[in-house]
Design a protein around this ligand. Structure first.
Ligand SMILES: [Zn+2]
Length: 234
């Protein structure tokens, strides 16, 4: 049985070779998504335990963010950008989960130890229907496995669909996203009192989307909010 499936895999790969998301080279059998070279040269941010790191600097102001971190530094034409693109536009859910696991392994046992629930930034229902999945939820699944903390997809929702953010400056982005998230109707703020939530997004650029999502919890007493992403602009 095993022999047949590997023979079949070999046959399939002859016509559809698996390619590295980072550089496009053909992957070896034991490689998944990224080749060894791309994997070993990822621009890792390594700021999980650093207070006042560059991710936290994106998130200053109200609501207050307890701690924030990211797996990789985001740049134009970079491997992280290609990874995010695969995750968002080419259905690479398992890649999202794998990267989430990598992030989780690095965050374990440090400043994020008191997190109770992982909250993926929700998509607007229309966008979710179009994409078929929420990429942040898949990152959260990987994180959840490593941190042994549940994913809460039933707490917050995106109530307003926004236009693309890429051409806007920080101020315009904030105006664009303020109030687009709210607690789901059946969530009672008192159920979340004193909880530590980890909001997860794929990329943090100006931080406005994440801050808008965090604002949805502003009526919850003593809630602590932290943030994590796969990549962030430095
Ligand atoms: Zn590669």
């Amino acid at each position: 049985m095993i022999r047949w499936s590997s023979a079949l895999n070999g046959f399939v790969e002859l016509f559809y070779p698996r390619l590295c998301v980072g550089c496009g080279k053909k992957l070896f059998h034991d490689e998944r998504f990224l080749c060894v070279e791309c994997l070993s040269s990822l621009p890792l941010a390594q700021v999980h335990e650093s207070e006042d790191n560059f991710v936290e600097q994106h998130l200053y102001g109200r609501p207050y963010i307890e701690s924030a971190t990211t797996l990789m530094i985001y740049g134009k034409e970079s491997v992280p950008q290609r990874i995010i693109h695969e995750i968002k536009y080419h259905g690479a859910k398992e890649l999202a989960k794998n990267m989430g696991r990598m992030l989780g392994r690095q965050m374990k046992g440090g400043r994020f130890s008191s997190v109770d629930v992982i909250v993926p930034v929700p998509l607007h229902p229309k966008r979710l229907k179009w994409r078929g999945y929420n990429q942040s939820e898949w990152i959260a699944k990987g994180l959840s496995e490593e941190l042994c903390v549940p994913v809460g997809t039933d707490l917050v929702e995106r109530v307003v669909e926004t236009s693309t953010q890429t051409t806007k400056n920080a101020e315009e982005r904030w105006t664009n996203v303020k109030g687009i998230f709210s607690l789901k109707q059946d969530v009672q703020p008192q159920d979340l009192t004193g909880r530590h939530l980890l909001i997860v997004d794929d990329v943090i650029t100006t931080g406005s989307t994440l801050m808008a999502c965090a604002s949805a919890f502003s009526h919850v007493k003593n809630v602590k909010i932290s943030a994590a992403s796969l990549a962030a602009v430095n």
